[in-house]
Design a protein around this ligand. Structure first.
Ligand code: SF4
Ligand code: SF4
Length: 374
């Protein structure tokens, strides 16, 4: 198995160690040198051995570049990042979930294989594997292993409920993700099980997070703040402190990705709209999203126009940039808006709020009286 990944990434050339988010940036001629060394089976050059030992503690001296390095080719696109939703199914039932019904559907293995190869060929270096709950998908281990073996740096978004499983732990320790992001839905059994609408969810989370931490996996927490658990915010952060992990907070509840609004009533009362001003987004140009059926979109929210990757292959991605440019243009109720420069909501998200008949205060800078025709 490769020790390091050597890859173009946008305008740069990176050397990365799977399971570790710190990397080295090298000039193009160094990339070419490593590519040639890997092709010819020469030893890893000295100039890389020393920093690799210092940065990651990996001894490459005397190793052949063809086995120690996985050198990625120069892609035809600049899609450095992607998220792949392996299956929307989940074993929990959180009412704030933007996936709504969470249908249990995914592709056959051969099709998943094709999609992963397309993502690799498109240049995807950083892959987020998500769901639903991805670890309950039967093919999660195969998807994860192949993505890793194709030279992608992997993050898994999970509720943690299956992480105590020895087979899963073995997979993740042998092929380390650079980040394992667990959602935190409360700080006590009572609130956790209530929010997730599953008895035993808290216990499963605790077993999972403890197992992952014991195994030395790079755990981080998404602290999810909703109406149901906001009384435990301090306790949730205390828990993260005890675990010794980094956190990110999610407290803006959005409509579902198809624009229904049942999720919005879960908004925490003590947390308002904390999104900063929207200053642009590179979705569809340097990143993309793939759903369980292999449909590519610019991101998880903007799925109106999708590209069927299985039918169109790598070439289909040529359309994604144009789709993104149109999706992000202020339109409909936002066209001509004088406040758009101060707005915190991108166009695709504003469309979901409108579809959901959400209160203006949850996404728009206009007061109800001002919103006649922006
Ligand atoms: S939801 Fe909006 S800001 Fe987020 S990735 Fe999509 S287009 Fe960009
Ligand atoms: S302030 Fe409201 S109307 Fe203006 S761009 Fe933002 S969401 Fe659209």
């Amino acid at each position: 198995m490769h020790e390091l990944i050597v890859s173009p990434f946008l305008d740069h050339h990176l050397i990365l160690r799977p399971g570790n988010s710190a990397g080295l940036k090298v000039p193009e001629h160094r990339y070419v040198e490593l590519r040639d060394a890997a092709e010819s089976g020469s030893p890893v050059p000295d100039w890389l051995c020393r920093p690799a030992l210092r940065q990651w503690g990996v001894e490459l001296n005397g190793q052949s570049a063809s086995t120690a390095l996985l050198v990625r080719g120069r892609p035809p696109y600049e899609y450095g990042r992607a998220s792949y939703e392996v299956n929307m199914a989940c074993n929990w039932e959180c009412p704030h979930c933007y996936l709504g019904l969470k249908e249990d559907a995914g592709m056959e293995w051969e099709d998943r294989e094709k999609v992963l190869h397309i993502l690799r060929d498109a240049g995807v270096l950083w892959l987020q594997i998500t769901g639903g709950e991805p670890t309950i998908d039967r093919q999660f281990p195969a998807v994860y292993s192949l993505a890793y073996d194709l030279g992608m740096m992997i993050e898994v978004l999970t509720n943690g409920s299956r992480l105590h499983n020895p087979l899963l732990l073995r997979l993740l320790t042998e092929r380390r993700p650079y980040r394992l992001t667990l959602s935190l839905y409360g700080a006590t059994e009572e609130s956790y099980d209530r929010l997730t609408q599953r008895r035993g969810a808290w216990k499963a989370f605790r077993r999972g997070v403890d197992a992952a931490l014991d195994a030395g996996l790079p755990v981080e927490l998404s602290v999810i703040v909703t109406r149901d658990n906001e009384h435990e915010i301090d306790a949730m952060y205390e828990l993260a402190r005890v675990f010794g992990v980094r956190t990110r907070e999610y407290n803006n509840m959005t409509p579902t990705y198809f624009g229904s609004g049942e999720t919005l009533s879960t908004q925490a009362l003590t947390r308002g709209n904390q999104r900063g001003v929207f200053t642009g987004c590179d979705a569809g140009h340097t990143s993309l999203h793939v759903d369980p059926l292999g449909m590519a979109s610019i991101c998880k929210v903007a799925r109106d126009k999708q590209i069927p990757l299985l039918a169109e292959g790598l070439a289909g991605l040529a359309k994604l940039g144009g789709i993104a440019d149109k999706a992000l243009l202020r339109q409909g109720g936002c066209s001509g808006c004088q406040l758009s420069e101060q707005c915190s909501t991108c166009m695709p998200l504003a469309q979901r709020y409108r579809q959901a008949d959400a209160p203006l205060g949850s996404y728009c800078q206009h007061s109800p009286k001002e919103v006649t025709t922006p």
